[in-house]
Design a protein around this ligand. Structure first.
Ligand code: FDA
Length: 300
């Protein structure tokens, strides 16, 4: 990211939230569960699946974690009631990972039981590098405890990911592969666009060769073309993988992937805690960040 964009992103974080909110809403279904249900119905009508995310992360009290679990349960009930083709994505720091790992484990176990009652699935998002080892350990524990309806995420920018994937392959894990949304230091993470891309393709090949079900989560044409090539060369079935994209990003590309005959899932975040998520999306699209800043001075 160039210096001007870095400056504008830092400056945005000083702005009042009402100024930022209209721009953030491009990436968010709304503040209420009903908003997300409405969005997923539209997505399903376009032959795409959804994954619903109650926004929130890094909670500091047990009460907040339990509230997040309750909200995710409500999402699972709504998916069932409204006959949606969707699952749920969660963040472990929202479920209490930084408060008490045992508490977090039991919260996730509880949600998986509810999901299992509906024959549904929960994806554990990957957060910044301070959580990677604990997230993967918790995932391993869930799987060795017999939980099958759970998946995890691997970030291609992380140098450790190749080693992590070896373990996940031995578990036949269900893995979402993405570039990684957090700024990480050079000693643990690749920094260059091209090296992250190449690592993404390398890890994707490893996962597919290892017969893992992969959620190919990217909006990058180069990576989508690379994935198409593997799918063809390896003669993969539709049920071996899916593409995944974020709500509000590259809608035409989404339609094209589905028209090309692939399964695609849209990540649909909603809720009151939209701020941190939106800032990560602005970082990937500095043009939006500039719009936010201009709006402040335009008097609109
Ligand atoms: P890149 O950022 O290079 O974008 C490729 C192109 O897509 C851009 O040139 C632009 O055209 C468009 N684009 C991308 N972002 C945009 C935006 N915000 N607004 C407008 N256009 C945009 N990360 C993580 O660390 N942990 C996780 O659990 C997840 N989960 C996850 C789920 C899903 C379904 C997706 C798609 C992504 C994630 N991510 C994530 C985020 C991921 O790590 C990464 O930060 C973003 O997907 C952006 O990377 P791309 O591969 O899209 O490439």
């Amino acid at each position: 990211m160039n210096l001007a964009n870095q400056f504008i992103l830092s400056a945005i974080q000083l702005l009042p939230r009402p100024v930022v909110k209209p721009f953030a809403m491009r990436y968010i279904a709304g503040e209420e569960l009903d908003d997300a249900v409405r969005v997923v119905k539209v997505i399903n009508s376009k032959h795409m699946m959804g994954t619903m995310d109650v926004l929130g992360e890094n909670v500091s009290t047990r009460e907040e974690s339990l509230e997040a679990v309750r909200e995710c349960e409500e999402v699972l009930h709504s998916i069932h009631e409204s006959h949606l083709d969707a699952n749920v994505s969660i963040k472990l720091t929202q479920f209490g990972l930084k408060i008490d790992k045992e508490f977090c484990h039991s919260n996730v176990m509880h949600l998986l039981e509810v999901a299992s009652g509906y024959k549904n699935f929960v994806r554990i998002d990957m957060e910044d590098s301070s959580t990677t080892s604990d997230t993967l350990k918790l995932y391993e524990r869930l799987r060795s405890g017999g939980c099958e309806n759970v998946g995890v995420v691997i970030q291609a920018n992380m140098r450790r990911s190749e080693e992590d994937i070896q373990k996940l392959i031995s578990m036949k894990a269900n893995v979402r592969l993405c570039k990684g949304a957090y700024i990480e230091p050079e000693d643990i993470a690749f920094q260059g666009k091209e090296e992250i891309r190449l690592n993404f393709l390398k890890l994707l090949k490893m996962l597919l060769d290892g017969k893992c079900y992969v959620g190919i989560a990217t909006h990058d044409d180069f990576l989508i073309d690379g994935a198409y090539q593997y799918i063809q060369e390896m003669n993969l079935q539709k049920s071996d993988y899916e593409f995944q994209m974020l709500y509000g990003v590259r809608i035409k590309l989404r339609d094209k992937i589905v028209a090309d005959g692939h399964r695609l899932r849209v990540y649909v975040p909603f809720g009151q805690q939209w701020y941190a998520y939106s800032i990560r999306r602005f970082k990937e699209n500095p043009q939006i960040a500039w719009y936010v800043f201009q709006a402040l001075f335009s008097g609109d």
